[in-house]
Design a protein around this ligand. Structure first.
Ligand SMILES: [Zn+2]
Length: 86
């Protein structure tokens, strides 16, 4: 049951990285504090000894709440760069 994978791979990490940001005030493209609300489901695989390994984490919903430029300390001038090229 738990071993079944989605064919298109809805794994953790697939939903992030497609959107990039740019600070219009300072030109920053690489340093942001991003606050995200993320609802996930994962297979928690415990060993007999109690060690946890999280497997097959799937993002059910994700909402970016705030993006702040690290250099300016504010998100007022941060824009989304939609293409995700590079
Ligand atoms: Zn900035």
């Amino acid at each position: 049951m738990f071993g079944v994978k989605e064919p298109d791979g809805g794994r953790y990490g697939a939903a992030v990285g497609t959107v990039r940001y740019r600070c219009a005030a300072c030109g920053n493209l690489t340093r942001f504090d991003v606050t995200v609300s993320r609802r996930t489901r994962a297979f928690h695989h415990y060993t007999v000894g109690g060690d946890l390994q999280v497997e097959d984490e799937e993002v059910l919903a994700e909402e970016v709440e705030d993006v702040v430029c690290r250099w300016c300390g504010t998100g007022r001038s941060v824009e989304r760069v939609g293409d995700g090229e590079g």
